[in-house]
Design a protein around this ligand. Structure first.
Ligand SMILES: [Ca+2]
Ligand SMILES: [Ca+2]
Length: 234
């Protein structure tokens, strides 16, 4: 069968389209993938906490303190790298060690006391070493557990969980608190503390901390035992 000229032209155009359109789509996809890769940046971070932390990036677990909180004097620093795209949020779960819900440690011994907390972190761009974020009074924190509510608990000869003066306060927080879009405007600002107040040790000196990286905690270094903090990078 002999095709009419217009029909031949039509089939030719159709064949060309079938070859070209997928190619254009492929090029588009590759370009899109490249632009995603271009906006993802490598970062490096350092964290030191008395006593323990877990860190989430946009709600996904990024790193957990490698030393268990039940290890006596569990002071150590963690240094790590990650990839992220701005804006992102680093959500920290900080814990000061407590033997039970009285908030005390070394219970029943002569060393019975309220332990104290403290945390510091810094994030650098891994390729050009620009400082990107640090812990300081601009970050938002929320106290989840506070104990003992009366500091005289530390002098009790038989401190009892849930009994005055050793009662605790527990504050609920939305499960979404680690997410980028969580509204933390109601949270308090972190409180900055001096090295003298926290006396950071074991691992703290292994890091060259930027002057703007501050030791932070809630309003009370001793009574605030579980603290959630958010560090947004815009
Ligand atoms: Ca401690
Ligand atoms: Ca404490």
């Amino acid at each position: 069968m002999k095709l009419e000229k217009p029909t031949q032209n039509y089939l030719l155009a159709l064949a060309i389209s079938l070859c070209i359109i997928p190619s254009l789509l492929m090029i588009g996809m590759v370009t899109a993938r490249q632009s995603i890769a271009e906006t993802t940046t490598a970062y490096k971070g350092d964290v030191w906490v008395d006593n323990w932390f877990k860190l989430y990036l946009n709600g996904e677990e990024l790193i957990e303190d490698s030393v268990s909180i039940t290890t006596e004097r569990s002071f150590n620093k963690e240094s790590f790298t990650f990839e992220a795209k701005k804006p992102f949020v680093l959500a920290f779960e900080f814990k000061d060690f407590m033997e039970n819900a009285t908030g005390l440690e070394y219970i029943g011994s002569r060393r019975q006391q309220m332990g104290d907390g403290g945390a510091i972190a810094q994030i650098y761009n891994a390729s050009n070493s620009t400082l990107v974020a640090t812990t300081n009074a601009d970050m938002k924190c929320f106290v989840v557990q506070k104990a003992p509510l009366n500091k005289s608990c530390a002098q009790e000869s038989d401190p009892r969980v849930g009994q005055a003066p050793c009662t605790q306060e527990i504050n609920d927080v939305d499960a979404n608190w680690r997410a980028l879009d969580f509204d933390d405007s109601d949270w308090a600002n972190a409180i900055e503390y001096s090295e003298r107040a926290v006396s950071p040790k074991h691992g703290y000196d292994q890091v060259s901390w930027a002057p703007s990286a501050k030791l932070i905690w809630g309003s009370d270094l001793e009574q605030d035992n579980i603290l959630y903090c958010r560090l947004k990078v815009e």
